[in-house]
Ligand binder design. Structure first.
Ligand code: GLA
Length: 387
């Protein structure tokens, strides 16, 4: 998106003049390692090209006024000296949360006018919420001339998601949106926050995202329910070994041993998390060593595990994965993100991408009478100041 266009749009909304800054925050796709982050496990996301721009200018009256190109209704307003509470419109909570938490942390801030412009759709399972939180935080810091390290920034934004969007999410989305690296996926250890960047060779591989167009809504309670089922599993293992902190500390043999002592649901939830951690580590190794066929198989196993054990897929996503695997040049495919709708991610031979997108769209439209959005994306850098 052209920066002059963004500034012109800003001037139309807020008036001309003053020093206008532009900050960008990307969406993310997770290649593998799903629902492992809040179990102290491993995830393997990358930042993607669709993104959110924050065109902003300082105000001197201590107010934050936000407008969104996606929701052209009234502006969202808050005062840096008042109490900031969540409310309507809902998108405003992704601005209110970070501002309130920056204040709570004692970071000196100045007021802001901000126009938020998306090329990343909201609620599509590509972390639009983390992009809103990270972008808001980066904008407030930029206007106030403040700095924050990437881990603290991700933690602040995760807390904003918990408190202002009511989703008890893990740390993956905010970490990759804040700290992604162009051309690389990030193997993140969610226990100690250590990261390894693994290059994705665009001559060998394309990452293709297909949006099922089924609405993804994580505050519906299923996400929180999965978390508490994992915690129930952890409590069982702690009885015989108090040093167990999370499912990260459990091996598959222990899950099998505990099968009769756990409820069927908790057994299957634990089995997903433990096997997914193993798949995630193997996958990163496979990409490092160009074993793409093996990596692709792990993606399909991951999807099957999310469908059967974690029960977070929907028939539309299952259909997309099954269809993808019957198209030439596809190494692997799986649902990505929190689940219950949203997108699939596929690893595809670059020369097969056009055919893959055409075929999958045709097939999905034939079956569900819905046009899915499909696109290939490179891995991009995390949020940054454009100017
Ligand atoms: C959502 C959450 C993440 C993670 C994924 C599932 O995107 O925000 O923290 O738990 O679901 O892997």
């Amino acid at each position: 998106m052209n920066t002059q266009q963004l500034k012109d749009d800003f001037a139309k909304q807020f008036g001309a003049g003053g020093r206008v800054h532009i900050i960008r925050a990307p969406g993310r796709v997770n290649l593998i390692g799903e629902h492992t982050d809040y179990n102290d496990g491993f995830v393997f996301p990358m930042a993607i090209e669709p993104q959110v721009f924050f065109v902003c200018r300082a105000r001197t009256d201590g107010k934050v006024v936000a407008k969104s190109s996606l929701f052209p209704g009234a502006a969202v307003e808050m005062s840096l000296t008042g109490t900031i509470t969540k409310g309507e419109p809902k998108w405003g909570n992704y601005v209110r949360g970070p501002v309130a938490l920056l204040l709570e942390k004692g970071v000196p801030l100045v007021g802001m006018d901000v126009l938020i412009v998306n090329t990343l759709p909201m609620g599509g399972g590509l972390s639009s919420s983390a992009a809103m939180e990270v972008g808001t935080t980066r904008s407030m810091l930029a206007l106030a001339g403040q700095e924050m390290d990437l881990s603290s920034l991700a933690l602040l934004c995760q807390k904003a998601e918990h408190k202002y969007a009511d989703v008890p999410c893990g740390i993956m989305d905010q970490t990759i949106v804040a700290g992604g690296k162009a051309g690389h996926a990030m193997l993140l250890d969610c226990r100690d926050n250590s990261k390894q960047f693994i290059p994705l060779n665009p001559n060998d591989l394309s990452v293709v995202i297909v949006n099922s167009m089924v609405k993804h809504e994580l505050s519906g309670g299923e996400y929180a329910e999965r978390r508490s089922q994992c915690e129930e599993g952890v409590r069982h293992f702690q009885k015989s070994n108090p040093s167990v902190k999370a499912l990260r500390d459990i091996q598959i043999a222990q899950i099998e041993q505990a099968k009769s002592a756990l409820s069927d649901v908790v057994y299957r939830r634990c089995r997903h998390v433990v096997t997914e951690n193993t798949r995630c580590l193997r996958y990163a190794e496979d990409l490092k060593t160009q074993r793409y066929e093996s990596a692709g198989k792990l993606m399909v196993q991951s999807h099957d595990s999310m469908r059967d054990d974690y029960e977070i897929t929907v028939p539309e996503l299952d259909y997309l994965v099954e269809t993808a695997m019957n198209i030439k040049g596809v190494y692997g495919s799986r649902m990505t993100g929190g689940g219950f709708g949203g997108c699939t991610v596929s690893l595809v031979l670059p020369r097969s991408v056009d055919n893959f997108m055409a075929e999958i769209k045709k097939s999905y439209r034939g079956k569900y009478k819905i046009d899915p959005v499909a696109f290939a994306t490179n891995a991009t850098d995390g949020a940054s100041v454009v100017e």
